[in-house]
Design a protein around this ligand. Structure first.
Ligand code: SAM
Length: 193
């Protein structure tokens, strides 16, 4: 709202808000400091539920604090595992019913910048995600090109997305408003049938 520029992470949340309702299931594939987990938990309401993944204890620790303060922990399960294993940790009866999955790649802000998402596990995680997404469900991926390996990861995502646009999915790419070398990109993938 207002004239302030929306960041890509805010745009990702706005895209998700359009498809996510009270009582829905959602996944945060990269919990980090918990901003997206918080957003998802808030939007699914007390009848909904969220599973969040991060490989770093520090991230889950921070997210737990933020969610706890807002009394949202009851509807959130945080898992310290790589997102490419999400199918094992998301309840079986959620498969095909998940309305939103969010990825915010790269490193943990205010954390160890050497722990970053990796192209191969990111692609496996995206593959796992589309298998459990509901019809009408949506995934967002914020990808960064500025750090070591970021460009390779973004290229791998683009390659992976290409055949998806042929059927069953709608794919949108939203660039950063101010484009510099290394500026992020937002991918929005919606399952249409
Ligand atoms: N969305 C978060 C927020 O709102 O604060 C920021 C996420 S941060 C940019 C990326 C996170 O991905 C880091 O916390 C990092 O530990 C995590 N990560 C890296 N590799 C991962 C993996 N294989 N599975 C799950 N999380 C991973």
């Amino acid at each position: 709202t207002g004239s302030r520029r929306q960041s890509l992470t805010e745009k990702a949340q706005a895209k998700i808000a359009k498809v996510l309702s009270y009582g829905d299931y959602a996944v945060d594939a990269t919990v980090g400091n918990g901003n997206d987990t918080f957003f998802l938990a808030d939007h699914v309401g007390p009848e909904g539920a969220v599973v969040g993944f991060d490989i770093q204890e520090l991230a889950l620790h921070r997210a737990t604090a933020v969610l706890g303060e807002a009394q949202l922990l009851q509807r959130v399960k945080l898992v310290q595992k790589s997102h490419h294993r999400m199918a094992e940790f998301v309840p079986d009866d959620w498969h095909g019913k998940i309305k939103a999955i969010m990825f915010n790649l790269g490193y943990l802000p205010r954390g160890d910048k050497s722990v970053i998402t990796q192209a191969d596990t990111t692609i496996l995680a995206l593959e796992a995600s589309i298998k459990i997404l509901a019809v009408g469900g949506r995934m967002t991926v914020v990808a960064y090109t500025g750090h070591d390996g970021g460009q390779e990861e973004t290229n791998a995502i683009r390659e992976w997305l290409r055949p998806l646009t042929i059927s069953h999915y709608d794919v949108e790419m939203i660039p950063a408003e101010v484009q510099t070398s290394g500026s992020p990109e937002l991918y929005v993938i919606t399952r249409t049938d």
